[in-house]
Design a protein around this ligand. Structure first.
Ligand code: SER
Length: 604
């Protein structure tokens, strides 16, 4: 089965059970400005899981493009991907376990024709916040799953969310497939470790909202959130325990084999040599990273040293380093990107942004590759200098080369070998570990401020971005378009299209206008309407984004005589009087033709 067939089956099944298909949200979140990438199908739906009515109803299904950058360095095994597609269905306060579990069983065994005896199920064992999930286990037994195939597991395994620090979460039940049913059964955990029992679907029963004090409050509504990885399921249904063997990846893998003259040996292969294993890993990394890069650039991300751009840069540069390991010395990222673009029918979803941005994304890759190859040349010169000066390169120096030039440590080792020198790899590893510790602390902070942050302060700043957007358009002109925003508990940041630096009097005028609207105590009205109608009414929307047919629109002021109107998923406060005094603290250039404003509330 290929990915498109799997998606069709999944969507049709849930549509036949009253669900509405919604489009995949962009991988760069639009209305959750505090996180880098969409990482699960539920992620763009957080407001609705918390109780806001969704314009298309209570039963939704889709395929969502996702990016997970948790530990990019883990990529290279047979089943992790930076970019992947996730099938999901949702009940927004509608059905719950007693519908979802029989449907899961029916879909797996009747639609995907999986032998029920090959299924293993895990359920939550219970803790002080939530009881043992006997209900789910009981429902699985009714479908016919024998008790010895139902396993109770702790929170680390059978609890999902919140996606950030706060938000909806709950126990889940996970479905595993025995990929070697012909062999005698083994202990469940052993089977998982040996990758014999492989997870293919996750049903999350969202019953709680975890608040910022770490308390689990029952949600206003109980939801279902499920997720099925397209890459893994497609591979397994085609008999591969290595995701990269499926039709989704093979055209890309073939291209890499062709240009490197190396062979990909999947895990099904008998006893590959160490050399073959390492080459296979490099091939996987290149395929994964370039595919993810293609989607990031198509979503508007450019390689840089900050945030999303930095993630992208690391992906491209790591691909090139892996290419070097395979002996590829000339530019190749564009060739691989073309293999991704030429095989779009292997995706489960349709992504028109890929063709729309094709030229731009190929140029961006080529430019970054040229830059990095130059960097590598400079790194080699640096090594030469160190050898001339100190007769060696220390582990710390090798780490600096790695960190600031992205210069691979293997290449330092190779260079040193030419002089019969050896690198103190322990010193290198210690320096790297220390650095990783620091960035883990940093990214934990980032995560905390962000993902699905629906705290009161974030919500206030979110409404303020709408006021600022409208004020900028009124003062500077209608060419102003929001191009991004970012909110922390301390401040908001807002990027927009505008050529010139703002004058002091313009800044004052904008501030005064926002504060006037706050003092006017304007209502913030949420309405559901057709996207075309929203456009007719003048609601602002992100240019080039694919919106669902029906959307929510937030109006600030009177419906007929409004100050601001934007297509947005929320959440927002309900009256501008809830906001404090608004102050712009900085105005600067964000990129050519783009300005950036930092603003705060002086009092809340
Ligand atoms: N959110 C859950 C997951 O990512 C189910 O969709 O697995």
């Amino acid at each position: 089965m290929n990915a498109a067939e799997l998606k069709q089956k999944f969507v049709n099944f849930f549509v036949s059970h009253g669900h509405v298909e919604i489009p995949s949200a962009p991988i760069v979140p639009e209305n959750d400005p505090t996180t880098l990438f969409i990482s699960a199908g539920m992620h763009p739906l957080v407001s609705y899981l918390l109780g806001q009515p969704h314009p298309l109803g209570k039963r939704l299904v889709n395929v969502q493009k996702c990016i997970r950058t948790g530990d990019i360095d883990d990529i290279g095994d047979n089943r992790h991907h930076t970019f992947f597609e996730m099938l999901g269905n949702w009940s927004l306060g509608d059905y719950f376990k007693d519908d979802m579990i029989p449907w899961s069983f029916e879909f797996l065994t009747k639609i995907l024709n999986i032998n029920p005896n090959d299924l293993h199920i895990t359920c939550f064992v219970g803790d002080e916040n939530s009881p043992k999930d006997e209900e789910s286990a009981g429902l699985w037994k009714i479908t016919g799953i024998p008790s010895n195939h139902i396993h109770f597991m702790p929170k680390e395994d059978n609890w999902w969310g919140p996606a950030g620090v706060t938000g909806p979460c709950g126990p889940d039940t996970e479905m595993f497939l025995d990929t070697k049913p012909e062999l005698p059964e083994v202990e469940f955990e052993e089977g998982c470790k040996a990758e014999r029992y492989v997870e293919i679907w996750n049903d999350v029963f969202m019953q709680f909202n975890k608040d910022s004090n770490g308390k689990y409050e029952p949600l206003k509504q109980t939801n279902v959130d499920t997720g099925m990885g397209v890459e893994r399921t497609t591979a397994i249904l085609s008999g591969f325990s290595d995701n990269y063997m499926s039709s989704i990846w093979q055209p890309i893998i073939k291209k890499i084999e062709e240009i490197s003259n190396k062979n990909y040996v999947g895990v099904n292969h008998d006893s590959p040599s160490l050399q073959e294993e390492s080459e296979t890993k490099s091939i996987r990394i290149i395929a994964d990273h370039i595919r993810a890069s293609v989607f990031m650039i198509a979503a508007g991300v450019e390689p840089s040293n900050k945030e999303r751009g930095y993630v992208l840069r690391r992906l491209i540069r790591r691909s090139i380093r892996e290419g070097k390991k395979l002996g590829i010395e000339s530019n190749f990222t564009v060739i691989i990107a073309n293999a991704v673009l030429d095989n779009q029918n292997n995706f489960a979803g349709n992504y028109p942004e890929l063709n729309l941005n094709k030229d731009k994304l190929l140029i961006s890759l080529e430019t970054e590759e040229n830059k990095f190859r130059k960097t590598l040349d400079n790194g080699l010169k640096e090594i030469q200098k160190l050898i001339d000066k100190n007769k060696n390169v220390s582990g710390k120096e090798a780490f600096t080369l790695y960190e600031s030039f992205g210069f691979p440590v293997e290449m330092v080792v190779e260079e040193l070998k030419k002089y019969n020198l050896a690198l103190d790899i322990e010193e290198f590893n210690a320096a790297k570990e220390e650095h990783q510790q620091q960035s883990r602390t940093l990214s934990a902070g980032k995560f905390k401020s962000g993902l699905a942050d629906h705290s009161e302060i974030a919500t206030k700043y979110h409404t303020a971005t709408h006021l600022l957007h409208a004020a900028l358009r009124q003062v500077l002109g209608e060419h102003v378009q929001q191009s991004g925003s970012n909110i922390t508990e301390e401040r908001m940041r807002f990027d927009f299209s505008h050529g010139d630096k703002l004058t002091e009097s313009q800044i004052k005028e904008i501030e005064d206008l926002v504060n006037a609207k706050i003092n006017e105590k304007l209502p913030v009205i949420c309405q559901t309407m057709k996207f075309t109608e929203a456009q007719k009414e003048g609601a602002l929307a992100f240019f080039g984004t694919k919106y669902p047919k029906t959307v929510t629109v937030y109006t600030i002021g009177d419906i007929g005589n409004y100050f601001s109107k934007e297509v947005c998923t929320g959440p927002h406060i309900s009256n501008t009087s809830e906001l404090g005094h608004f102050k712009i603290i900085k105005e600067e250039s964000a990129a050519s033709g783009k300005r950036r404003i930092y603003a705060i509330f002086i009092v809340f």
